[in-house]
Design a protein around this ligand. Sequence first.
Ligand code: DAH
Length: 339
Amino acid sequence: MTTQPPDLKEIEKEAQDLLGECDTPRKLEEVRVKLLGRKGLITGVMRELGRLPAEVRPAVGKEANLLRERIEAALAEKKRLTSEEKEVSEPLFDYTLPGRTPWLGRSHPITQTIIEIEDIFRGMGFEVAEGPHIETDYYNFDALNTPEDHPARDLSDTFYVDKGILLRTHTSPVQIRVMEKKSPPVRIIAPGLCFRRDTPDASHVPNFFQTEGLYVDREVSVTDLKGVITAFARELFGPKIKVRFRPHFFPFTEPSVEYDFSCMICEGSGCPVCKRTGWVEISGAGMVDPEVFKAVGYDPEIYTGYAFGMGVDRIAMIKYRINDIRLLYENDLRFLRQF
Ligand code: DAH
């Protein structure tokens, strides 16, 4: 039994129409089955070849094989295109976009001030020492010749952690800790946090920074103390600054002074920061009391020394023209970004 040879042109057109419609991998698979599956169009053509008269069979067979190859190639190409399209339709990572700038922090103005203070004193031969925030009565008061009935030891002035254990009220205990470990000469500064039961206002906060200074050697005098404080002030604020020393009392120094820097905000004419006096109080200082030397086992007949405190917050306030100490501790980025 003979059959008419299949109209390969017509079949190819039909196949192309089917292929033209498929734009997703799923549709493409459906079309593949329609063309090359068991009951597929092309499969049907191949099956019919056997029923053709022997004379036409080789030529039609050759054409049919070529058609199948073309269809297979077209399917492969379609597959490539639809999978690329799928990738494109997913969210893109655009490598050409500028990167996100990493958020760089900066040092707090107090840290910047401490670093400057350390640099200046290192330049004058001082080493940097440290001590604990939680201290004993002994280091914070007794060894510093501060008697039991001193007002600073009152519960209303000092944060006690436990009986005899407290948050240090000044950096002076570092003097004792250093002298206990080392014999003279000693030349140190000790920056760090201190705590007092103060109600916050424009010039008080319950935690603040000091830098302690101590120089012990043979024949150290008040002149050395005045010289080093004045040299420090000039280095930090420039040659125009003036320093004044006023008599005062501290249990751990004799004689004792308080010292002020001329106000660099108003240059002496008077402003709210210097309370219109033209001077900003920095801290106290003096010649180390012989009782303190006795507490650490230094011979007061051989050695003399000076000590000083320094309010770091106050120095930062004059330096950066800050009129309220609380700003330094609020961690408000709008404030901190200015430094
Ligand atoms: N510790 C004192 C205070 O907090 C400051 C001070 C005064 C420190 C005299 C000293 C000094 O080293 O000699 O007020």
